[in-house]
Design a protein around this ligand. Structure first.
Ligand code: SAH
Length: 419
């Protein structure tokens, strides 16, 4: 096996179970005999040792600033049941925290480093697991992962692979980046009829609300599982309110607001495909409900009432949810992102009626919670309203943060009371 030797003193973070080896920490690489070139192959398993030749762990090699993602510490071989063991352990956590119930079959099963599987995301929607690889090593392990999902997760009958926009560039990637790895396996649970994925029959349930999830064409794995707990809080505050769900995607917050007794709910997203799904989801859960309207529109235009013939009669709201896409995908984009957060939050604060509530989020990992809070503070100061922080929100339990990997924290939100 190829062995990566670190520079002196660079082993400390690995000894504290941080799973990344940065390229700058590497002194030299000793290739095993199978190599033709002069560097490890992207995706291959390499052993990592300290300058003093201690075994530190084994992980996936990748070109880039993170050169190795450690899968197991203190060993040079992955145990034969590695994938099953890790996937089983992650499932146990979801079971223990009460996420797997008849009225909830939508959850994140594997959250990368948070579940000690760097580079891998798995979301479960009823009988289908959607797998996303963020490293070449995980891409190459996709069939083993799919088999482990089948054997460890009782409800899984389909495994769909969706890594078209998550894999790092590699000149030659073997195999498809999207498609079913396993489809319509005979039901493992007696008397449970196997469902055809993505047909009109398919519904995934989150806290008793049904969602059509389009993992073939949708964003990410098809659904934003990470807002489940925050949607519950919206439901709690929605009663009797005019609600605006800005950046609604498939309408998660809208459905909870409707169930919470909102007077009206306006859902807005720039994507028409998302709006189509919102309407399907609302119709399924609240048939013929006159309280809901959805608009395909740009957020700034909608909030500035720039849209001609804007159908919404409402110009101010009692409760607004702002859940924009990541404004900063990289560290160097943080400054612009903060300006963006300030601008959109100022617009929203202006549109809140006295005594109203704003739920505002950032899912940019590169923007930490202090910086985000500062951007929202600047927005409030710009508008000049009295604002209290009611809640500080974060990612849910099925998006765990590995205690040795604080970089896993990404979602943050504030709930503001606007006088
Ligand atoms: N709140 C959603 C997830 C939001 S993801 C949920 O709970 O499921 C961010 C959404 O913002 C995406 O659906 C994207 O289409 C939308 N979006 C991106 N840019 C936008 C813009 N300028 N105006 C309105 N929506 C936008």
């Amino acid at each position: 096996m190829t062995t990566v030797f670190l520079k002196p003193k660079k082993e400390e973070s690995l000894k504290r179970f941080h799973p990344w080896v940065f390229s700058g920490a590497i002194a030299r690489v000793l290739l095993d005999a199978s190599h033709k070139g002069d560097a490890p192959v992207e995706g291959e398993l390499v052993s990592v040792r300290s300058a003093a030749n201690e075994v530190l762990g084994i992980g996936h090699w990748q070109i880039g600033s993170i050169a190795v993602r450690i899968l197991a510490f203190g060993v040079e071989q992955l145990p034969s049941d590695f994938w099953c063991e890790r996937i089983h352990a992650a499932y146990k956590v979801r079971e223990a925290i009460g996420l797997i119930r008849p009225d909830n079959n939508t959850f994140r099963l594997i959250h990368g480093e948070g579940d000690f599987l760097p580079g891998l995301i798995v979301d479960v929607y009823a009988d289908t697991a959607v797998v996303q690889a963020h490293s070449i090593g995980m891409h190459e392990s996709r069939n083993e992962i799919a088999n482990a999902l089948m054997s460890e997760i009782p409800q899984v009958q389909n495994v769909y692979y969706k890594s078209d926009d998550t894999l790092p560039f590699k000149a030659s990637i073997e195999g498809d980046k999207v498609g079913y790895l396993i489809k319509n396996q005979e039901s493992k649970i007696k008397n449970q009829k196997s469902k055809i994925p993505n047909s009109d029959e398919f519904w995934s349930v989150e806290n008793g609300l049904e969602f059509r999830i389009d993992w073939l064409r949708g964003q990410k794995t098809g659904f934003f599982v990470d807002q489940r707990e925050n949607r519950v809080l919206v439901e709690r505050y929605a009663s009797g309110k005019d609600v605006l769900n800005m950046f609604c995607y498939t309408g998660g917050f809208s459905l909870y607001a409707l169930r919470g007794g909102a007077k009206t709910v306006d859902s807005v997203d720039v994507s028409q495909k998302a709006i189509d799904l919102v309407n399907i989801n609302v119709a399924r859960n609240f048939p013929n409900d006159p309280r809901h309207h959805a608009y395909a529109a740009d957020a700034f235009d909608f909030l500035s009432e720039k849209i001609k013939n804007q159908k919404s009669k409402i110009t101010n709201y009692d409760l607004i949810i702002l859940d924009p896409p990541a404004f900063a995908k990289h560290r160097d984009a943080v400054k612009n992102a903060l300006r963006g957060y300030q601008r959109i939050n100022a617009k929203a604060i202006e549109k809140i009626r006295p005594g109203g509530i704003l739920f505002t989020f950032s899912c940019s990992q590169a923007v930490d919670k202090e910086a985000f809070r500062l951007a929202v503070f600047s927005a409030a100061a710009q508008v000049g309203r009295k604002v209290r922080i009611l809640h500080q929100l974060h990612q849910p339990q099925d998006h765990p943060i590995n205690i040795y990997h604080p970089e896993g924290e990404y979602l943050k939100g504030l709930v503001l009371y606007v006088e």
